[in-house]
Design a protein around this ligand. Structure first.
Ligand code: AMP
Length: 397
């Protein structure tokens, strides 16, 4: 829908996710999120519309805080869009309304951090109405916050008629890529789930067990599965209260004829550090006093063979402690294979903070099919739950 609209002469309120990391001097450490929203902003400006940008930044506690001010982004947005960017010191109120009135076509008004008002997170009705009154059209392009029912991401939509609210290009891309994995994917469909804890991913695992052909488990969470099956895991990460959950997942996998793959060997370390002594375990067991910090070579080969047969791949969570040189091989090998098969026939979707960090660190981001910008939102979607930011717009179209 977005691409078909002509925004000429319109005041367009765009919810972006400009929650970028700032250095101590308030310079921008990583502008990926700003760049991700550029196509949407550019389209509005090129049509001859005015863009009013609203976002949160960080987690301000009560009211305005210098370190969370969006004013630190003004210059960068100006450089990237080559448009005039005017900064408003609040996101609602009379002065802001005046600035909107004076905003010319092709110009950007950047509003101050939405979360300086507690009403944003509370999803307060009146606050959302005040925001809505600033513009003719509401565009949601903030996939990173789509899982929150906040005033600017969801509640605001009710103040616009169906033809005046829509997703931006980034949101559209995120949703259509997620659908490639969740709605009639090309099979075999393989999900690789890793990371530290089973507790944060179990709902995703359970939901994926209804759809995938292969489920590959790696990272710290694999050891809860291995312990539940009776293996010794030494000092590896474990969630004792999730042993039954892990067994239950294994049972569901068997019932649903999902091939669930667990590590068959590990790189074990004698402590959690860069300089630890290491050994490759001979099988699933980790010796007493050692901890598994990466998947081993046999496991890598098994997982790569599964990926090579897959036509659709979803990856969330690293295979080991990839931040440390000694324990990054598993994650790097999996990333390389995903990149390789994506260059051939397979479709791959990578999401979640740490897998995205890994794929960027390895310089492979442009060799996979799609890298999602929203970790929490993507997980919630994969859990089979509605995203308030998506539902608010999708339900009426
Ligand atoms: P998550 O946020 O749950 O996706 O977890 C990501 C974190 O899990 C990364 O910081 C990894 O270093 C960590 N991790 C991966 N594998 C292991 C492991 N075997 N033991 C401990 N931590 C791990």
């Amino acid at each position: 829908m977005f691409s078909k609209i002509n925004f000429s002469g319109k005041k367009v309120l765009i919810r972006v996710d400009f929650n970028v990391p700032l250095n101590e001097d308030f310079s921008i450490a990583d502008d990926t999120r700003i760049r991700a929203a550029l196509p949407t902003i550019q389209k509005v400006l090129e049509d001859g519309g005015s863009a009013i940008l609203m976002s949160h930044l960080g987690r301000p506690k009560e009211g305005p805080e210098e370190k969370f001010s969006l004013k630190h982004l003004t210059q960068r947005i100006e450089q990237l869009t080559k448009a005039k960017v005017i900064f408003a010191e609040d996101c609602i109120g009379l002065p802001v309304r005046q600035m909107v009135k004076e905003l010319a076509p092709g110009q950007i008004l950047l509003l101050e951090n939405l979360r300086f008002h507690k009403e944003e997170k509370e999803g307060e009705e009146k606050f959302s109405k005040q925001l809505a009154h600033l513009a003719d059209i509401y565009v949601n392009d903030a996939f990173g916050t789509a899982h929150r029912a906040h005033a600017s991401t969801s509640i605001i939509a009710k103040h616009f008629t169906p033809e005046n609210k829509m997703f931006g290009l980034l949101m559209e891309a995120e949703i259509s890529n997620l659908k490639k994995v969740t709605a009639e994917p090309v099979r075999p469909l393989t999900a690789i789930i890793g990371g530290a804890k089973i507790s944060s991913k179990i709902e995703v695992v359970e939901n994926l067990l209804d759809t995938v052909d292969h489920l590959i488990i790696g990272g710290g969470m694999a050891f809860t599965f291995l312990k539940a099956q009776g293996y010794n895991i030494g000092n590896s990460l474990v969630e004792e209260d999730k042993l039954a959950t892990a067994l239950e997942a294994l049972k569901i996998a068997a019932t649903n004829q999902v091939q669930l793959h667990l590590p068959t060997d590990s790189i074990a370390a004698d402590n959690f550090s860069e300089t630890a002594r290491t050994q490759i375990t001979i099988d699933q067991n980790v010796p007493a006093d050692w901890m598994g910090l990466d998947i081993g070579p046999k496991t890598i080969a098994n997982y790569q063979a599964v990926l090579q047969q897959s036509k659709t791949i979803l990856w969330n969570g690293p295979m080991g402690v990839f931040e440390m040189e000694q324990f990054k091989t598993g994650t790097l090998s999996i990333a390389n294979t995903i990149a390789e098969v994506s260059q051939q026939e397979a479709y791959s979707l990578i999401g979640g903070g740490d897998s995205v960090a890994a794929i960027n660190q390895f310089g492979l981001a442009d060799q996979v099919s799609y890298v999602s910008t929203g970790g929490g939102a993507m997980l919630q979607y994969l859990e089979g739950k509605d995203l308030p930011g998506v539902v608010a717009i999708e339900d009426e179209q």
